[in-house]
Design a protein around this ligand. Structure first.
Ligand SMILES: [Zn+2]
Length: 270
């Protein structure tokens, strides 16, 4: 793996997944979902046939650290584009936080279980569908997250909680369920600002791999090839309810333009 020396490969987690989750550090479970029918069958042309005219909202580029811009399309057109070689010009268009399972409930039967996540309700389970180069800028989520790579390869770059804060790089940009960094993780790493050894990790997810990212761990994510990721927040019902209430309050302030008026990930930049 050619990467900046500061990034350590995240070692594969062996043994009881629940024990890894209790450690509150990221853990990659290689091939844990490899036998899910979805992993072998969710090719873009097949998903497209389920609802080609379905309207989709695509994110252009890296909305976490640059401007927020949306493009409206339909699922058939978008997935057809993904099946073709990437265009040389323009930033990647990314279908993010897409409620694939609500749109096509029949796909639920092609998923397996992750029983070690029990002990709470999964708060959400969405799909990230995009071409090579599609990227989510450096951020930390408010809830624990579990991601399952269905097709394609995705790189997660991770930094310990506190890394961005110590570098003075917290962004004022608003996001409902996350906090954002003003700079990318490589910029943090190269600058070396407050990034000690053992604080930065890299892991490439292949189809069937499962990654657990605890709340408050910073992460930046980039597609190495076109693919589909399913990702969900989870936690105990009491904890999810508490965070949800805080998020709703902040959302109310945001809609009233009392919070995040300088920029957000949910409304296009003016
Ligand atoms: Zn907004």
């Amino acid at each position: 793996m050619t990467y900046h020396v500061n990034f350590q490969p995240l070692p594969p987690a062996e043994g009881d997944p629940a024990a890894h989750l209790r450690r509150r550090t990221p853990a990659v479970f290689r091939g844990l979902a490899a036998d899910w029918p979805a992993v072998g069958s969710w090719a873009f042309p097949r998903i497209a046939t389920l609802g080609p005219a379905l309207p989709v909202r695509l994110v252009r580029g890296n909305r976490e650290t640059t401007r927020t811009e949306f493009i409206h399309s339909d699922l058939g057109t978008y997935l057809h584009q993904l099946s073709e070689p990437p265009a040389a010009n323009g930033e990647p268009l990314y279908l993010k936080e897409f409620d694939l399972l609500k749109a096509f409930p029949e796909l639920r039967t092609e998923l397996g279980e992750l029983p070690f996540l029990s002990g709470g309700g999964v708060a959400s389970r969405s799909a990230w569908i995009g071409p090579a180069g599609a990227r989510t800028g450096l951020h930390q989520d408010l809830l624990d997250n579990c991601a399952v790579q269905i097709t394609g390869t995705k790189r997660f770059l991770l930094a310990r909680p506190g890394t961005v804060e110590r570098a003075g790089a917290l962004s004022a940009k608003y996001d409902a369920w996350a906090r954002l960094s003003r700079v990318g993780i490589e910029e943090l790493a190269v600058g070396g600002r407050a990034v000690a050894d053992g604080h930065l990790f890299v892991v490439d997810l292949e189809p069937g791999d499962v990654l657990h990212v605890p709340a408050r761990w910073w992460h930046e994510v980039v597609n190495l090839s076109a693919g589909i990721l399913l990702s969900g927040f989870y936690g105990s019902r009491a904890h999810v309810a508490r965070v949800w209430a805080q998020v709703q309050l902040r959302e109310m302030l945001h809609r009233a333009r009392l919070l995040g008026s300088e920029g957000c990930t949910c409304h296009p930049a003016r």
